[in-house]
Design a protein around this ligand. Structure first.
Ligand code: PA5
Length: 449
């Protein structure tokens, strides 16, 4: 079976091969520290060997709960934010039919997400929708106290209880949270909800292969065994002792750090498949929260081509030269759609007649990469043989491992997110949360001065 391939040839016009190879020792050192749990944030490294540690028993438990609920529901509402939703959303979007035609004919959308915003319109419209379908709720929060999902869960639990009564509602709520502490765990104990555990040593944005990602993905009808198998393959490919050149996570971490040190401070993740828009959102959280601290870090941005070539393409080609691009290329899309010949040839495109749309997409990809390199934008290329569970497992583990190595190369802790508290403190002060009296006084003084 083929594997994800990394190609950094289009980095070499900007950073020499010798410089990249110079990272061999450093990455080996950091990979060793990761696996020996002796580096920064060592208490949050449970994700490293999740693919090979997941038991058959835990997979069956997840599948059983999902299948049992699927018997009686049309829609599962997954409540969570950040790492408690983006992994599942990325995989489900990547694998779902763009227009909701599941192979088994189930209604669309099967999975909807809530608690990832505090938008009144979104929440109100979601409730309108839930009035019309049979649904259940999976609430995901490691801490159990995150404001956005907590508010959504309050509203949806109330709606569910009114719709089905307390007892049936209790059977339609699944909680995924930490084992022994936190508000959500207390509620689980009090109400008797079915629950799954987020291991203490796995942080939100690294939690795809815990029930956080796996339950919604199974619920959506996708094969988590293949996802895990792909991640396990990448775990093997990136483990200590793998030669630098054969370890894609090490090479990717090295290339982006070499570029960062030279000048570019923004990395754009580009793909030519709209199904990968949320994969990019997941990636942005992973890298943004992991590296952006202590006044360091590469700013993670994303574009979806060719659509964004007609909006962001100008800037990337000719704007400020502080960018590099990482392109995810899918070698074999699952569909074949051919361009027809038309008699009038009004658009002059008959020369493409008989070709697959993907033939054009691939040439757009290649042409853009060459143009961007000519325009001074280094390119890293990630090739996936196909877009399926197995290769998404490889890709997402590859990115996680590279992110950890990259964070260590920047000498930051890639597993914490202290800066996220600042907005929360201000929001609570503004909302006059009990215990925030001093902050409330200060913030209103500041606003009124
Ligand atoms: O990566 C992270 O740790 C964060 O993005 C969290 O996942 C996010 O803030 C949600 O936290 P919680 O699961 O505690 O509600």
């Amino acid at each position: 079976m083929k594997n994800l391939e990394l190609n950094i040839d289009n980095v070499f016009p900007f950073v020499s091969k010798e410089v990249i190879d110079g990272y061999e020792e450093l990455t080996r050192y950091h990979i060793r520290h990761l696996h020996q749990r002796t580096g920064k944030g060592a208490n949050f490294l449970g994700w490293l060997d999740l693919p090979s540690n997941i038991t058959e028993e835990s997979i069956i438990e997840i599948e059983d709960v999902a299948n049992e609920l699927n018997e009686k529901i049309d829609v599962m509402v997954v409540v969570g934010i950040g790492g408690s939703y983006l992994g599942a959303k990325a995989v489900i979007d990547a694998l779902s039919h763009s227009f909701g035609m599941f192979n088994d004919g189930r209604p669309f959308p099967k999975i909807v997400f809530a608690g990832q915003n505090i938008s009144e319109d979104y929440t109100g419209e979601l409730v309108d929708f839930l009035d019309t379908v049979s649904y259940a709720i999976t609430v995901i929060s490691k801490s159990g106290t995150t404001t956005e999902p907590s508010i959504a869960f309050r509203i949806l639990r109330d709606h569910l209880e009114k719709k089905y009564g307390q007892e049936e509602a209790g059977k339609r709520i699944i909680a995924i949270t930490s084992a022994g502490r936190g508000a959500l765990r207390n509620l689980v104990d009090e109400k008797g909800y079915r629950s799954f555990v987020i291991p203490d040593d796995v942080g939100g944005r690294y939690s795809l292969l815990t029930p956080v990602g796996l339950l919604p993905i199974v619920q959506a009808g996708f094969d988590i065994r293949q996802l895990i198998a792909g991640a396990k393959k990448m775990e093997e490919m990136t483990r200590p002792g793998t030669p630098f050149r054969d370890n894609p996570s090490a090479v990717y971490a090295a290339a982006r750090n070499a570029l960062y040190r030279q000048s570019p401070k923004t990395e754009i993740l580009a793909s030519y498949h709209p199904k990968l828009i949320y994969l990019a959102e997941w990636w942005k959280q992973l890298y943004g929260e992991s590296e952006g601290k202590e006044k360091k870090g590469i700013f993670p941005a994303s574009v979806n081509f060719t659509a964004d070539l007609h909006s962001m393409g100008q800037y990337i080609q000719e704007g400020q030269r502080n960018l590099f691009e990482t392109v995810i290329s899918i070698l074999n899309p699952s569909r074949e759609v051919f361009i027809p010949e038309v008699t009038d040839d009004a658009d002059g495109l008959n020369f493409l007649a008989g070709k697959r749309i993907e033939d054009v997409n691939k040439m757009a990809e290649l042409g853009t990469m060459l143009a961007h390199v000519d325009g001074g934008v280094p390119n890293i290329l990630i090739r996936l043989p196909e877009l399926n569970e197995y290769y998404l497992g490889q890709l997402m583990y590859f990115f996680q491992k590279a992110c950890a190595i990259s964070g260590y190369l920047m000498n930051v802790n890639p597993f914490d997110q202290p800066g996220v508290e600042a907005y929360k403190n201000n929001m609570f002060a503004l909302l006059k949360k009990p215990g925030f009296e001093e902050e409330t006084e200060l913030i209103y003084k500041r606003l009124n001065s």
